[in-house]
Ligand binder design. Structure first.
Ligand SMILES: Cc1cc2nc3c(=O)[nH]c(=O)nc-3n(C[C@H](O)[C@H](O)[C@H](O)COP(=O)(O)OP(=O)(O)OC[C@H]3O[C@@H](n4cnc5c(N)ncnc54)[C@H](O)[C@@H]3O)c2cc1C
Length: 377
């Protein structure tokens, strides 16, 4: 069958490859001038540093099949994400761990002492937390909440933490040891030659052809037996019910020499600092050596019609609109909505690949998915 993938990100590439290997012909189009979607990496011409063009991407997963899949197409170098934050004139370690607690409170607590100490800070009058703010106060109390969650969250989401659901903070966001590895996952790493090189290898198959600078145009689907849509769900329907809310990011690039901040990601929790974090890209490839360095100051704001959608907002209003679009998507024949934009969810790369592999598997066994994954239609 001739198949069309709208989007050359991980979703489109992984589905195309699986189906091409099974003998189908896959055409992959992307509106952008490059493959790999938001994971795109490219060499900065001035410094030679490999830059994560749409923001920092660290690969981490517990899914052995997904890890086997990515390592088939790329060598992954061991990498631990160690994030720092600047707050109130000091640099702290994230996620909040024993070092952070001891530095913040000027103490020398051991794990059990710290656990009891933090439990004593928690606001126990909150029995059924409804908002992100209440959940944070119940877990860590006002001091850590104000220093590490409040300002950052306001900047990231553009609203007060009392307007965000408690579900964002599912577990106690504190470690009572000195482990500062941001992720718990068994497999973690960085692609040696970058995500775009990896996606290029995934797409390199005689049954796949790729067309860049090619936005989907009405009528294109007529020439194909099935479409896998990884563009925006509301975009497929011409936004006719309204736009699903997203946050977008602006990156202010600057270059320096040497090592500018000493780590890959430095968060800024204070509300007076307008950006959320600074990424210094050379630290994602510590095995490379460059005299220059490239940094991105990252600003978050509401996404307008001409901006790149990054993070789905998914508050009450968006959820209602989402279920309207999902109901329409369920009625569309010959189209499967996939990926972070097609299903309007934040998806890490490993989950994106897992879902793409499952979608391809279902298609090959004749069970084409209808509607939008994870959304009642
Ligand atoms: C700032 C940021 C940081 C992240 N960091 C991490 C991380 O550290 N670790 C992690 O695991 N994940 C991370 N992610 C998530 C990761 O980016 C996604 O999992 C991944 O990009 C999803 O791939 P996708 O193919 O579904 O979507 P995308 O990468 O968005 O690809 C969709 C593609 O479709 C194209 N397209 C859209 N509409 C059309 C159209 N009408 N016609 C033609 N083409 C179209 C777009 O141009 C795009 O290239 C991060 C995401 C963001 C936003």
């Amino acid at each position: 069958m001739k198949l069309l993938m709208v989007g050359a990100g991980l979703s489109g590439a992984v589905i195309a490859r699986r189906l091409a290997e099974a003998g189908h012909r896959a055409t992959v189009i992307d509106a952008r001038p490059h493959i790999a979607g938001n994971c795109h990496t490219e060499r900065d011409p001035e410094t030679g540093v490999l830059v994560h063009v749409y923001g920092p991407h660290i690969f981490h997963t517990d899914d052995a099949e997904v890890w086997d899949y990515v390592t088939r197409f790329e060598t992954f170098r061991p990498y631990k994400n160690r994030v720092k934050t600047t707050a109130r004139g000091e640099v702290f370690s994230l996620p909040i761990n024993l070092h952070t607690i001891n530095q913040f409170y000027r103490k020398t607590l051991r794990p059990d002492e710290a656990r009891a100490f933090i439990a004593a800070q928690a606001d126990t009058s909150i029995t059924d937390p409804q908002s992100f703010e209440e959940q944070a106060l119940r877990f860590v109390g006002p001091d850590l909440y104000e220093a590490f969650f409040k300002g950052y969250t306001e900047k990231q989401w553009g609203c007060h933490p009392s307007a965000l659901p408690a579900s964002i903070l599912k577990r106690l966001p504190v470690r009572f040891n000195y482990d500062d590895n941001y992720f718990f996952h068994r497999f973690q790493g960085m692609p040696e030659t970058g995500y775009t090189a990896m996606v290029a290898r995934i797409l390199d198959h005689p049954n796949i052809d790729v067309h860049l600078d090619t936005p989907y145009a009405p009528g294109m689907a007529d020439r194909y037996g099935h479409v896998f849509w990884s563009g925006p769900l509301d975009g497929y329907f011409g936004y006719d019910l309204g736009r699903l809310g997203y946050r977008t990011l602006d990156f202010e690039r600057f270059t320096e020499t040497g090592d500018w901040q000493g780590c890959a990601v430095m968060n800024y929790g204070d509300p007076e600092v307008p950006y959320t974090r600074i990424t210094e890209h050379k630290h994602f490839a510590p095995w490379e050596d460059h005299a220059g360095t490239v940094c991105y100051r990252e600003f978050s704001r509401a996404c307008g019609p001409d901006d790149i959608p990054y993070y789905p907002i998914r508050l009450v209003e968006e959820k209602a609109l989402l279920s309207d679009y999902a109901a329409r998507a369920a009625g569309e024949e010959g189209v499967t909505f996939v990926g972070r934009l097609g299903t309007y969810r934040y998806l890490d790369m490993d989950v994106t690949i897992r879902e793409a592999l499952d979608t391809a598997r279902a298609f090959l066994s004749g069970g084409v998915e209808r509607g939008v994954a994870g959304v009642p239609g």
